[in-house]
Write a protein that binds this ligand. Structure first.
Ligand SMILES: NC(=O)c1ccc[n+]([C@@H]2O[C@H](COP(=O)([O-])OP(=O)(O)OC[C@H]3O[C@@H](n4cnc5c(N)ncnc54)[C@H](OP(=O)(O)O)[C@@H]3O)[C@@H](O)[C@H]2O)c1
Length: 333
């Protein structure tokens, strides 16, 4: 027997063509059907949330809408018994926060197949420090390792290094013993990137457009979170046999490259999706993030915000001004 509960959410609605988010009282009876009702204590901020909150129809078709592609909390109702009522879960990706009300509300209702059990010894806040961004960083690193990436092969570049995905990728790779070259547009962030473990920090001009079809190879491997021209330039600078995991598009969707990096140097371009992959693949990376790939610096530097701070934090994402990990704490006033 389900009971209806009122809860607070940061809901976005359209007013005269502008999209505005505000704190709204909602009821669990208005949530979509699903097997599992989760009482959400924490969410995590992602670029995709900023797109949803700004009315991007490629992310969210209908408003009013509660964004939040990440959520962590405690199961409050479970039609299948698995996950069990009272257990802690992480929900990221699939349709959460896109066209299904997401983690910026205190409750979500989702299919049981979207719920990852909380790794042993973790709590919701810690999981949301990583969030989809941390999961994606982990998947990018995992793809490089699967292709045989090793520290002794040489430098590994990370683009968008100060961002949510980039910063976690920097710390995981550094902790695994790689010489990380962080590529960042934020000159004032160099010390923070070095504190995460980066050996070198380069400005974005290291990957500005160059007409030459190939450049001197510098990086053994790379994680690219930005796409566009920087990715095309990065591919020209990868050593023979190297791999580049790619996940993002903030610098542009088109990728204007030639076949040369691939056929002259055997470079591998590895696509990373954190959203629709099987739950078991997500679970494997969550276990790593809570174990061998733990990022103590990222955890220590994460910033907690309240629902009332979401608007400005999301706008900073859209301007590329966001840095590090931001956690939404529903209990924070
Ligand atoms: N494939 C997936 O499953 C998946 C999952 C999560 C995220 N993503 C994507 O990954 C990307 C990064 O996400 P995020 O959450 O890390 O976002 P983020 O926190 O906003 O980080 C992106 C970083 O990219 C850099 N940047 C921003 N605008 C740029 C531009 N015009 N040119 C070059 N660099 C620019 C900035 O870092 P610097 O100032 O340090 O250069 C910025 O902090 C996004 O495109 C997101 O949609 C994909």
């Amino acid at each position: 027997m389900t009971k209806n509960t009122d809860y607070m959410a940061w809901q976005v609605d359209e007013q005269n063509g502008e999209y505005e988010g505000c704190e709204t009282l909602l009821s669990t009876k208005d949530l979509p059907e699903g097997e599992v009702l989760v009482w959400v204590s924490h969410s995590s901020l992602n670029y995709k949330d900023a797109l949803s909150a700004s009315g991007n129809k490629g992310v969210t078709r209908a408003f009013p809408h509660t964004p939040g592609i990440d959520a962590a909390g405690v199961v409050s109702e479970s039609a299948t018994g698995q996950p069990a009522v009272g257990s802690k879960v992480i929900v990221t990706g699939y349709d959460l926060g896109m066209n299904t009300p997401g983690g910026f509300g205190e409750y979500i209702r989702v299919p049981a197949t979207w719920c990852v059990p909380m790794p042993e010894g973790w709590d919701s806040r810690t999981a949301m420090i990583y969030g989809t961004a941390g999961l994606t960083a982990g998947l990018c690193v995992q793809k490089l390792l699967t292709m045989g990436a090793k520290p002794e092969q040489g430098k590994v570049a990370v683009t968008g290094a100060s961002g949510a995905v980039g910063s976690v990728a920097v710390e995981i790779l550094a902790n695994l013993g790689f010489d990380v070259v962080a590529i960042s547009g934020k000159a004032d962030h160099a010390d923070a990137l070095k504190a995460l473990g980066a050996k070198e920090v380069l400005g974005r001009e290291a990957l500005s457009e160059d007409k030459k079809p190939m450049l001197k190879p510098v990086f053994a491997n790379a994680v690219d979170t930005v796409g566009g021209i920087p990715l095309a330039e990065l591919l020209k600078q990868v050593l023979p046999g190297g791999s580049v995991s790619i996940c993002g598009l903030v610098a542009g969707v088109p990728l204007n490259t030639t076949v040369l990096p691939f056929i002259l140097r055997g470079v591998n371009l590895l696509g990373v999706d954190s959203v629709e992959i099987p739950l078991a693949d997500k679970k494997r990376v969550w276990e790593k993030l809570s174990g061998d790939w733990k990022c103590p610096n990222t955890e220590a530097s994460a910033k907690d915000i309240s629902r009332s701070e979401l608007d400005s934090a999301l706008k900073a994402f859209l301007k590329g001004e966001s840095s590090g990990k931001i956690v939404l704490d529903h209990a924070k006033s």
